[in-house]
Design a protein around this ligand. Structure first.
Ligand code: ADP
Ligand code: ADP
Length: 205
């Protein structure tokens, strides 16, 4: 039976990195609001364009994001959801539209998050996630084409972490109080984090 997995954590905690592995290993859809919004950055909505919020590190309004998630989950036979919910009202919406089998929380200290985000680089051709120091690409060809996200500058990163503390921390508490949350030490190496995640999902199946 396919699994419905939610992965929570601060910006830079490693959600995208681990979600790609979850999607591959467990054959589920990677649903990520960040990528979906970036693909529609300049779409006009009655709330403005996603870009006008994202470039400032603010949350895109709930109606826009809720609809993206509803549509994506309704088409998925098993998923790993990454980047959502980011506030309590999104968490309540999610409770109404789906059932979750596993809720993971990647726990990483805030100082480390700034390093991870400002050093993050992406391969525009494959979508693979790299880091200048912690996870550089092996080939020079890949290295040359890497790009940095517009919101991975130190100033926007600080604002995103502030928004995270204010809006998203209560979401972690929401799942913790329900007893659903599995905390993973996100400061281990990517392979060690992955081992913990894989075991957790296998045990919940
Ligand atoms: P998120 O999706 O939670 O914002 P990412 O998966 O994009 O996080 O990871 C943020 C940055 O940290 C990337 O540059 C990635 O290569 C790096 N990274 C991810 N996991 C680890 C880890 N366990 N240790 C060190 N760096 C990591
Ligand atoms: P990261 O994991 O590095 O924080 P994401 O790619 O998940 O970055 O998100 C990038 C930006 O997209 C956020 O700063 C925010 O502006 C917007 N965004 C993503 N997911 C949501 C969401 N669930 N609700 C509101 N805005 C979102």
């Amino acid at each position: 039976m396919s699994q419905n997995v939610l992965i929570l954590g601060a910006p830079g905690a490693g959600k995208g990195t681990q979600s790609a592995r979850i999607a591959e290993e467990f054959d589920v859809e990677h649903v990520t609001t960040g990528d979906a919004l970036r693909a529609n950055k300049h779409m006009e909505t009655e709330h403005g364009t996603p870009a006008s919020f994202m470039d400032e590190g603010e949350l895109v309004p709930d109606p826009v994001v809720n609809e993206i998630v509803r549509a994506a989950l309704s088409e998925a036979d098993g998923f790993v959801l990454d980047g959502y919910p980011r506030n309590l009202s999104q968490a309540e919406y999610l409770d109404d539209i789906t059932d979750l089998d596993v809720v993971l929380y990647l726990d990483v200290d805030e100082d480390e998050l700034v390093n991870r985000l400002t050093g993050r680089r992406l391969d525009p051709e494959t979508g693979d996630i790299y880091h200048v120091e912690y996870n550089p690409p092996e080939s020079e060809e890949v290295e040359e084409r890497l790009v940095q996200r517009e919101d991975d500058t130190e100033e926007t990163v600080r604002e995103r972490l502030r928004v995270y503390r204010e809006n998203t921390r209560p979401v972690i508490d929401h799942y913790e109080e329900r007893g659903d949350l599995v905390r993973i030490d996100g400061e281990q190496t990517p392979d060690e984090v992955w081992e913990d995640i894989r075991e957790t999902i296998e045990n919940e199946a």
